[in-house]
Design a binder for this molecule. Structure first.
Ligand code: FE2
Length: 232
């Protein structure tokens, strides 16, 4: 069925019609957007399944000769569609800096230690409830040279495939209460505050494992009014 969304429902982005911005009424749509049904060519693509994921791929702390340095955490949540329905069998990939704010990458010259027991990459496939779960290390903030004294808030990069490439989402997950939020141009490039807040995980005491790891909840919405903001 063809869905019709009001223009403002796609609110992760600036409004198309801004009365104070005089040229927008000339070029912005005045009628509700019509979302066209995808054709077979758009919906056909690689199909990911649980077979392609090795045991332990969702545990970023278990691939070295010893434990990585830093604070072990659980990051978990659900992948949902625009109606809040779970998206099962969705490939979720993450990558991140280590606890010191350092990536294993040739262009990362931040003078912080590389952790030989932490690559910073992991992946999982959602179950029938759209649920995924990672065990990882809380990443550190790092400088990025965008401007004087520029530091990225601690974050984890996410790539999520829905049922096909057309529903791929690439975003960043942040941690609640980070003091760097007001100073980060990437975080603030999402101008809608509610949309921005959807990129911040929630501390989740219920899923914290006593004596072992704190948990953070991060639900991801692929489309619609409550869409998780997508990187451009
Ligand atoms: Fe990053």
């Amino acid at each position: 069925m063809t869905r019709i969304y009001p223009v403002e429902s796609l609110s992760a982005f600036p409004p198309r019609l801004s009365p104070g911005y005089r040229s927008t009424p000339k070029r912005g749509p005045t009628k509700p957007l019509i979302i066209m049904r995808h054709t077979l060519s758009e919906l056909t693509g690689p199909v990911y399944g649980h077979d392609g994921i090795a045991p332990g791929d969702n545990d970023l702390t278990g691939h070295g000769k010893g434990d990585p340095i830093g604070e072990r955490i659980i990051v978990h949540g659900r992948v949902l569609d625009e109606d809040g329905r779970p998206v099962a069998n969705s490939l979720v990939e993450i990558w991140q800096a280590n606890a010191c704010g350092r990536y294993i990458h040739v262009v990362d010259q931040h003078p912080a230690p590389i952790d030989p027991n932490f690559t910073g990459a992991g992946r999982a496939v959602t179950d029938h409830n759209g649920y995924y779960r990672f065990v990882t290390i809380k990443p550190g903030a790092y400088p990025w040279g965008n401007h004087h004294n520029a530091w990225r808030p601690a974050h984890i990069h996410f790539s999520v495939f829905g049922h096909a490439f057309v529903s791929r989402l690439v975003t960043q997950m942040y941690f609640p209460g980070d003091p760097l939020f007001p100073f980060d141009p990437i975080f603030n490039s999402v101008t809608d505050e509610a949309a921005r807040n959807r990129m911040i995980s929630a501390f989740d005491l219920d899923h914290t494992v006593p004596e072992w790891a704190l948990a953070y909840r991060f639900d991801i919405v692929l489309r619609g009014r409550n869409q998780t903001p997508m990187e451009k």
